[in-house]
Design a protein around this ligand. Structure first.
Ligand SMILES: [Zn+2]
Length: 64
């Protein structure tokens, strides 16, 4: 029996009035959340207030 735990960041940006939903991560294997967030930051993701995450495209578009 095995279990796989993955962590994924989902973009909370609004693109044309709809949630973007872009995802980051999803690699198999346990990844500490801080590590995932650091990798996301290095990939251009940004974290906004109230825990909202934005993918590089939404950051570029100035989504809030
Ligand atoms: Zn996005």
């Amino acid at each position: 029996m095995s279990a796989v735990l993955i962590r994924i960041l989902t973009c909370d940006g609004l693109a044309g009035g709809e949630i973007c939903g872009e995802e980051f991560g999803g690699d198999t294997g346990f990844l500490p959340l801080v590590t995932l967030r650091r990798r996301a930051r290095e990939a251009g993701w940004r974290r906004r207030r109230r825990g909202r995450d934005l993918c590089p495209a939404c950051v570029k578009d100035g989504a809030r």
